[in-house]
Design a protein around this ligand. Structure first.
Ligand code: ADP
Ligand code: MG
Length: 243
């Protein structure tokens, strides 16, 4: 069974159709990257997957269960399997690094506090911030803050982690530390759906790459296909311009 199965998905804002017949199947443990020009619908696709936007048509089957957008319990069940990290890391400025990572699992998910804290320490160690547990966000660089955001997302124990341009707001010299961290996360035994403009990173880390334009998937394939031998003219134009 696929971990995430998106079938015939169409979505719009007011009367602007931004996703137009998306079919995508992601297997458990797979790393799939979404690339494509700005406005092609990548973030919107993540919004629909996380239940923030109801599709007009089509369906999403997560772990064998179809998301019912009219049913709060169904949405909650779906959200508990997912975590998302955005370009803006939105840490709580009045909380330490450790508290930022533990607050949602302990308070919202009501997990055992000492277990959550042990998890958080392990994850912060993993993202290279084991010495910053008691620091506050404004004492950290943008790259460090984004690594806290990644640890925070993982501490929710998601089955699928969605990353939406997590390096786009960073100074260039901070980008690689975050990309290196994501590579480490790939070993956390989760499914990763990544939106990124960092083409070298996408090529290196992805099992499959999805090229989107105009709300449609234009081409899906392994990185070697998408970057070196695209089968669709539109993909070739994009990857030759950007790589
Ligand atoms: P991408 O992430 O690939 O850059 P988006 O999914 O953000 O693309 O946007 C797809 C299209 O939807 C764009 O035309 C964008 O202007 C439009 N859009 C995005 N968010 C909204 C919104 N909240 N309201 C109206 N239109 C939106
Ligand atoms: Mg976007």
């Amino acid at each position: 069974m696929a971990h995430l199965d998106i079938r015939g998905l169409t979505a719009s804002y007011a009367n602007l159709t931004v996703l137009d017949g998306i079919d995508l199947t992601v297997e458990r443990g797979e790393i799939v990257s979404l690339i494509g020009p700005s406005g092609s619908g990548k973030s919107t696709l993540l919004r629909v997957i996380t239940g923030l936007l109801k599709p007009d048509r089509g369906e999403i089957v997560l772990d064998g269960s179809k998301i019912d957008y009219a049913d709060r319990r169904s949405l909650k069940a779906a959200r508990e399997k997912l975590a998302i990290v955005f370009q803006q890391y939105n840490l709580f400025g009045n909380m330490t690094v450790l508290a930022n990572v533990t607050v949602a699992p302990a308070k919202v998910r009501k997990r055992d506090r000492s277990e959550v804290e042990a998890d958080a320490r392990r994850l912060l160690e993993k993202v290279g911030l084991g010495d910053k547990l008691n620091a506050y966000p404004d004492e950290l660089s943008g790259g460090q803050q984004q690594r806290v955001a990644l640890a925070r997302a993982l501490c929710l124990k998601p089955e699928i982690l969605l990353l939406d341009e997590v390096t786009s707001a960073l100074d260039p010299e901070r980008v690689s530390e975050v990309l290196d961290t994501i590579k480490l996360l790939a070993s956390e035994n989760i499914t990763l759906l990544i939106v990124s403009h960092e083409m070298n990173f996408v090529r290196e880390v992805s099992d499959r790459v999805v090229f989107m334009a105009n709300g449609k998937i234009q081409e899906i394939g392994p990185p070697e296909q998408i970057f070196d031998a695209p089968r669709v003219q539109r993909t070739r134009e994009f990857t030759s311009r950007i790589a």
